[in-house]
Ligand binder design. Structure first.
Ligand SMILES: [Zn+2]
Length: 483
């Protein structure tokens, strides 16, 4: 049985999860469910990034201990995952000293062994908002362009990672498709960065300024900076760093699932995943992930969502009000899979009414009511067989290319076909005992059954309801029309 390992990035828990996190969980979930249905042995990982100065500060502001604060915010992520019906197999937290720290520290030691970690005095402009040193290109007349604050000059001695050494190699992996970056626009973006050549990066912070993190092995005066701490979650969750004697055993998750088949990430962390992470893996002599799929950002009515503007869309609220599948559908269909998109309640309700209530909901209700009333149980292939086969192949291909919106568009062609067929044939005007009536309803049952299967990675609850209704003939409305 072939395996499939899919991950999301781990949300930074300094603020509650937003709709962009929901999009990423849902996209990764489609891939996991799709590959499971295809018979693969799937491992689907998500988790939480719980270290860093910003978290300590956010905890102080909310008058909680750091531990209490991360527990609460990670609880919110878990709640979102549950409400969205995400089928993750594991959840890794970077504060987990038993499961995560040994992996991060082992990876660090591998880089040391390769001669790629060195100490350097560094004087630079530090932006607290960035939690990083910034350069002239991050500034507008001396002020951070993102955080609108003046960075301070800091001189520290830090450990550095020799990322520059791996520029050419990583470029080659991306160019020859061994590390596939999708969509093409993101591939081009990273290739132009790699062409310029990567610089070595600061890999630690002094423990006195960053205490909430993983200590650098053999030097407790230093704390790992985010790279080795957070990116290593993708292997620590598989047992990397825990028991070396078991790492290559057949039962080892690491042996079974690494390398990842795809990391699903947002466009703001492309460089970390397509440059720094591969560099670390090359240094540690570990295989690189096979693919990185990059989604965009979601605006609210064309505006960037922000607490100060007060236009933040809470995905938990939307899912609780309209149902998980309604939100899943909107995010998968309305947001271009590899690009930016927009959310408004008007657009959401429009899509809901047109595609869900009048589309799949109406088709299922009409057909199942006629079938039940006239006790027709036999599914008949025939009328739609060719169309179904074609769309199955097309939508499957589109999912493997991470084009979820296009895959759904194809499936909705089948739904439209069914609704058109029923309008044209007007089966309610025919005699229920006639062969023609039974043929029409049987074909429609066959169509609905196939649509239900096709929908299962995208709208799992709806898919289950459809197959349940086909079996039990108990009709309930899938998506009530919104007024
Ligand atoms: Zn900044």
């Amino acid at each position: 049985m072939s395996k499939f390992y899919v991950t999301t990035s781990i949300p930074y828990v300094n603020a509650p999860p937003h709709i962009g996190h929901a999009l990423e969980f849902i996209q990764a979930d489609v891939l996991a469910r799709f590959q499971r249905a295809a018979g693969k042995d799937v491992f689907f990982l998500t988790g939480a990034d719980e270290h860093g100065v910003k978290i300590v500060r956010a905890a102080e502001e909310s008058k909680k201990t750091t531990k209490e604060f991360v527990n609460e915010d990670t609880g919110k992520i878990k709640k979102l995952i549950k409400i969205l019906n995400i089928s993750n197999d594991d959840f890794i937290r970077t504060t987990d000293k038993k499961r995560h720290w040994p992996g991060a520290q082992k990876l660090w030691m591998k880089l040391v062994k390769a001669g790629d970690i060195y100490k350097k005095k560094y004087k630079g402009l530090y932006c607290a908002g960035h939690e990083a040193f910034v350069t002239d290109k991050d500034l507008v007349s001396g002020i951070c362009a993102i955080h609108k604050t003046k960075p301070e000059i800091i001189e520290e001695e830090n450990y550095f990672f020799r990322l520059s050494k791996y520029s050419k190699k990583i470029e080659l992996f991306v160019k020859n498709g061994k590390l596939k970056v999708s969509p093409v626009s993101r591939r081009n973006e990273i290739l132009s960065l790699l062409k310029e050549g990567l610089e070595d990066i600061s890999f630690s912070r002094p423990a006195k300024s960053l205490s909430w993190g993983i200590p650098v092995p053999n030097d407790s005066n230093h704390t790992m900076y985010v790279w080795c701490d957070a990116l290593s979650n993708y292997i620590s969750a598989l047992g990397y760093g825990q028991d070396d004697s078991k790492l290559q055993a057949p039962s080892s998750k690491f042996k079974k699932y690494w390398p990842a088949d795809v990391h699903v990430i947002g466009k703001d962390i492309l460089r970390f995943h397509a440059a720094i992470w591969p560099g670390m893996l090359l240094s540690a002599k570990l295989p690189l992930p096979k693919a990185i799929f990059v989604h965009g950002f979601i605006t609210a009515g064309g505006e960037k969502m922000s607490k100060t503007v007060g236009n933040v869309i809470d995905p938990i609220e939307v899912a609780e009000k309209y149902g998980a599948d309604a939100l899943r559908y909107y995010l998968l269909r309305e947001i271009p899979s590899g690009g930016d998109g927009d959310f408004t309640y008007e657009k959401f309700e429009e899509r809901y009414n047109a595609d869900l209530a009048k589309g799949i909901g109406n088709l299922a209700a009409r057909v199942l009511a006629l079938a039940q009333k006239n006790k027709i149980k036999t599914l008949k292939s025939g009328s739609f067989t060719k169309e179904i086969k074609k769309i199955k192949a097309e939508s499957s291909q589109l999912v493997t290319e991470f084009k979820f919106n296009e895959a759904l568009e194809r499936i909705w062609r089948l739904i439209a076909l069914g609704n058109k067929y029923i309008d044209e044939k007007k089966p309610w005007t025919l005699k229920p005992e006639s062969k023609e009536f039974k043929g029409i309803i049987g074909s429609l049952l066959f169509l609905i059954s196939n649509i239900g299967t096709l929908l299962s990675p995208f709208l799992p609850e709806t898919s289950e309801k459809i197959s349940g209704q086909l079996k039990n003939r108990k009709i309930s409305i899938l998506f009530p029309q919104l007024k």
